[in-house]
Design a binder for this molecule. Structure first.
Ligand SMILES: [Zn+2]
Length: 331
């Protein structure tokens, strides 16, 4: 649990009895899912501590930590991708909680709990990834809840849930953490420029961390791009795919935009602190190839959601980037 969630935790735990369905809602990037996991563990723990957090040592806690608790089910979106290639990056996948997953859940809950009279916990996160069919199947279950089962739903987009589902749950609104708490936590994560990252994230600390980490990644990528013809496309492509295809193309477009600006003696827009590197590259870049490359990036951008092999595609794009520069003469 994050430091800013203490009062929320107490608020939930002070209830005499928990309803059969709880809906945790609030902005993206504030730790709702993590809190729901803590709550699940605590609900299954045989000997919770005074503050009702899980003991961490009982058999239930051990199972839970090993992600093998027989009375806990996490329902998360599954990738729709059909390919069975190596793990895909997050860019191109469209994920949903399918009706098949909910049907499996119904089957599972129709059996008695693993341990006699013990409670079962079902965590559905993020709940807005339920589609129409799976949401309706879940609704039926919430209308006639199985005994001794607690449903936890987590969402940052409650407007995408069926109103009938929301009305079957007790909603808990999770506010943005206080700014001081978020800044303190981000500092502990070793992030520089915490204030800026938190602003960009609209005050959501986990999102700020992600933005800050991507910022570091973009700085690394810029360093690679500064190498021009010497760039190692094969080493660089996995870094770019780590950003996701959309963001990767975006980063390339911005760099190339500034490169063209430099060549045409115009002002830089995005990389003011890299003007020396861009000046040097602009001396050897072939302008007509550069303009054609910009067109290619536009085309690639249209296809970012297409389930291609992103890494191969990026390697190809980066190889073309290296071709924009006249060979460096060895002296
Ligand atoms: Zn325990």
């Amino acid at each position: 649990m994050y430091s800013w969630q203490q009062s929320q935790w107490q608020q939930i735990m002070q209830r005499a009895s928990l309803p059969h369905a709880l809906l945790l809602r609030g902005r993206e990037g504030i730790g709702k899912h993590e809190l729901a996991i803590k709550l699940s563990q605590s609900l299954l723990c045989a000997a919770p501590k005074v503050d009702k957090t899980a003991c961490g040592t009982c058999q239930n806690c051990v199972w839970f930590a090993e992600e093998g608790h027989p009375d806990f089910k996490l329902i998360a979106p599954e990738d729709v991708e059909t390919s069975d290639e190596a793990p895909k990056k997050k860019a191109a996948k469209k994920s949903q909680i399918s009706v098949a997953q909910i049907r499996q859940l119904i089957d599972y809950l129709s059996l008695s709990s693993h341990q006699v009279n013990s409670r079962r916990v079902v965590l559905i996160s993020p709940a807005e990834t339920l589609n129409t069919a799976s949401a309706n199947a879940l609704l039926k279950m919430l209308e006639e809840p199985p005994t001794n089962t607690i449903f936890l739903l987590v969402t940052s987009q409650p407007q995408r849930l069926l109103a009938t589902i929301i009305s079957r749950c007790q909603a808990i609104d999770m506010p943005l953490p206080a700014k001081a708490d978020s800044l303190h936590w981000l500092q502990q994560q070793g992030i520089s420029n915490v204030e800026q990252a938190l602003n960009l994230a609209g005050g959501a600390p986990l999102l700020a961390l992600q933005i800050a980490e991507e910022g570091d990644l973009i700085a690394t990528l810029t360093k690679h791009l500064s190498q021009g013809a010497q760039l190692d496309a094969f080493a660089c492509a996995p870094l770019f795919t780590g950003l996701g295809m959309g963001r990767a193309i975006d980063a390339l477009q911005k760099w190339v935009f500034d490169l063209a600006a430099c060549k045409l003696a115009q002002q830089l827009h995005y990389h003011l602190s890299h003007s020396n590197a861009l000046q040097a590259l602009s001396k050897s870049v072939n302008l007509s190839l550069l303009l054609r490359f910009q067109q290619q990036l536009l085309e690639a951008k249209k296809l970012v959601n297409h389930p291609l092999n992103n890494e191969l595609q990026l390697e190809n794009i980066l190889l073309q980037y290296t071709q924009l520069f006249k060979p460096v003469k060895l002296r």
